[in-house]
Structures are given as structure tokens and as C-alpha cells.
Ligand binder design. Structure first.
Ligand code: NAD
Length: 309
């Protein structure tokens, strides 16, 4: 670890992602100061030596860098800006805040300009890799910010992510944009795959044969080859990422398209299908539940018998 890498790390948001990320920071030897609105989410970390702080302001006051991993831009705004309990009420001048939530740049931009005299270092570093990647320290991390800050914080990112896939993607705000585009494309793959499987199976093709044929073809994708397997094998739609958050990401992605004046017809359709699945199966249903919409509509279960050698 370089001598200017912070060793006392504040972390706010100990949910599906934050719980694994903090465990890995702790394992790598960082001293943690943690907070969540659910006090019990910190029990294991505190038992292993982390300090609990009652508010984000106290987290910021006691750490050299504060990380947020929160559901939506609204939650991030509350945690950062609350006049008495927010990060800004506790962080030192020259302090560092890294937002790893899937969010948008507006809040960070506003903080940078409203508090310009405080010389805060603010980075966006959202992640991919699902809760399993958070648990095993193999997240992909897309960082927007100044090169010096990225270099200084790299050991912290490496404690949570795959060193080969920690990418500095540009100036502040670009990490958020890259992450939204990754999710948009992945959700689009999911919906397109569900539709194709439904049509193919209805046309009389065996599901396993159809999938193997897609994998052998130019239409193969990481989704067909890998991510779909949890549904085919176990009917697991990944409750580690709630569909309510997937809908949030799709909405932010379309907002971004609108803001930059780019068309987003396909994204808008995918968002509608996700919203239909959310209405049908509830906020906490897994991010892959839109596949179930097609299954239920046609009375087909997409399951493939595992082959035993
Ligand atoms: P989550 O809902 O499981 O966890 C969020 C945590 O934030 C919860 O523990 C909640 O209690 C806490 N929280 C909410 N408001 C708070 C406040 N005011 N103060 C302190 N704590 C507060 O969400 P998650 O699945 O861990 O996702 C977090 C972020 O990561 C989201 O932006 C999501 O889009 C993104 N993400 C999630 C996944 C995934 O697979 N789950 C993958 C990549 C990115």
C-alpha cells in the first residue's frame, strides 16, 4: 500500500453490496467506521473490530475517506447533505468522498461548486459484478475522477474489486455514465433473450438445444452463456439485486439519454417491460424476473436438466 493511501475508511450503506465490500476491506486490513439506517447490518463488522458511528457526519469526521453505497440518488443526497447529520457536516477540508452507488453526477457537481472553498476530493466509482462479486472481492469498478485520487485510493478499490477490471474511465461523472450504460445493455440482453427463448420453445425447439445453438452462433452473449444459467438450473432470478433498483437504473439511463439529446427507443421499451415485472412480482423480486413474465405468459418454465457425467 502506498504511504498516502488512507487506512481509516468510512462506509455508509451495508446492504446486499456494502456488506460484502466492507468485509473485504476489513480482511485487507483497513480500519472501518460504518453506518446504516439498519444498525443490525453492522453487527458482524463491529464484532470484527469496525467502529459504529451514529450518523454519516460522524463517519466522515472519523475517517480519511468516506464511501457511500446507497440505493438511489435520493438516498445519496440525504446522506451527503443533511444539514446536521450528513457527510458535509463532518468531513474535513481536503477530505475525500467516493460514491460507489449506481447514481448520477448532479449531486457531486453541486457539492463541488457550492463547497469549492473546501477543496473536497469527490469520485464516482460504481460497480458491476452482483452481490456475489461484492462478497468475493471480484467487483468491476468504473471510476470517474482525478488521476491522483484514483492512484491514492487504488489499494482500497483493489480490496473490493478484481485488479484487472478496476478502470479509470475519465473525469468526474463518467463512472456513473459507464455503469448506467452497462446495466442498460445487460437488461436489454435479458429481455431480448427471454423473448427469443419463448418463441423458440413455442416453435418446438428443446430449450437446452436452443441455448446450445445460440451459444454456438454469432448471437451468443455473456448473458446467454453465463448469467441465464441461474434461472435454467435453479429458477433463481437473483434477489441479490432487487427489481426496484433495476427500474431505478433504467430510469436514470433514459434520463441521461434525454439530458444528452440521444434517442433511447429500445431502452424505453426495456424499461417498460421491467416496470411491468416489478408491478407483477413486487419491488423485492430479483433483477432477472422479467424472464418470468414470459414464462408465466406462455405457461413455460425455462429449466434445463443438469447433465450428470
Ligand atoms: P440495498 O438496498 O441492499 O442496500 C442499501 C443499504 O443502504 C441498506 O442497507 C440501507 O439500509 C442503507 N441505507 C438506505 N438509506 C440510508 C441512509 N439514509 N443512511 C444510511 N444507510 C442507508 O442495495 P444494494 O443492492 O446493496 O445496492 C446499492 C447500490 O449498488 C445501488 O445503487 C445499486 O443500484 C448498486 N448495485 C447493486 C448491485 C447488486 O447486485 N445488488 C450490483 C451493482 C450495483
Amino acid at each position: 500500500m502506498s504511504t498516502n493511501t488512507p487506512t481509516r475508511v468510512g462506509f455508509i450503506g451495508l446492504g446486499n453490496m456494502g456488506s460484502g465490500m466492507t468485509r473485504n476491506l476489513q480482511k485487507a486490513g483497513f480500519d472501518l467506521v460504518v453506518n446504516d439506517i439498519r444498525r443490525e447490518s453492522a453487527d458482524e463488522l463491529v464484532a470484527a473490530g469496525a467502529l459504529w458511528a451514529d450518523t454519516p457526519a460522524e463517519v466522515a469526521a472519523q475517517s480519511e475517506v468516506v464511501i457511500t453505497m446507497l440505493p438511489t440518488p435520493r438516498h445519496v443526497e440525504t446522506v451527503v447533505c443533511d444539514p446536521t447529520m450528513g457527510i458535509l457536516a463532518g468531513i474535513a477540508d481536503n477530505g475525500t468522498w467516493v460514491d460507489m452507488s449506481t447514481s448520477v453526477p448532479e449531486l457531486a457537481q453541486r457539492v463541488r461548486s457550492d463547497y469549492a472553498d473546501r477543496n473536497l476530493h469527490i469520485l464516482d466509482a460504481p460497480v458491476s459484478g452482483m452481490s456475489v462479486g461484492a462478497a468475493n472481492g471480484m467487483l468491476q469498478i468504473f471510476i470517474g475522477g482525478e488521476s491522483d485520487d484514483v492512484a491514492r485510493l487504488r489499494p482500497i478499490f483493489e480490496a473490493m474489486g478484481d485488479p484487472e477490471r478496476i478502470l479509470h474511465v475519465g473525469s468526474a461523472g463518467t463512472g456513473y455514465a459507464v455503469k448506467l450504460m452497462i446495466n442498460q445493455l445487460w437488461f436489454s440482453h435479458l429481455v431480448a433473450t427471454a423473448e427469443v427463448l419463448a418463441i423458440g420453445v413455442r416453435a418446438g425447439v428443446d430449450l437446452g438445444v436452443l441455448r446450445n445453438s445460440l451459444i454456438a452462433s454469432p448471437a451468443n452473449s455473456n448473458f446467454v452463456q453465463n448469467d441465464l444459467l441461474s434461472i435454467l438450473d435453479n429458477g433463481d432470478y437473483d434477489e441479490g439485486f432487487a427489481i426496484a433498483l433495476a427500474c431505478k437504473d433504467l430510469g436514470l439511463s433514459i434520463d441521461l439519454a434525454r439530458a444528452v439529446g440521444a434517442p433511447s427507443e429500445l431502452s424505453a421499451l426495456v424499461e417498460q417491460i421491467y416496470r411491468r415485472a416489478r408491478a407483477q412480482y413486487g419491488d423485492r423480486a430479483g433483477e432477472m424476473t422479467p424472464v418470468k413474465l414470459y414464462e408465466d405468459l406462455l405457461g413455460i418454465e425455462f429449466r434445463v436438466q443438469k447433465e450428470f457425467a
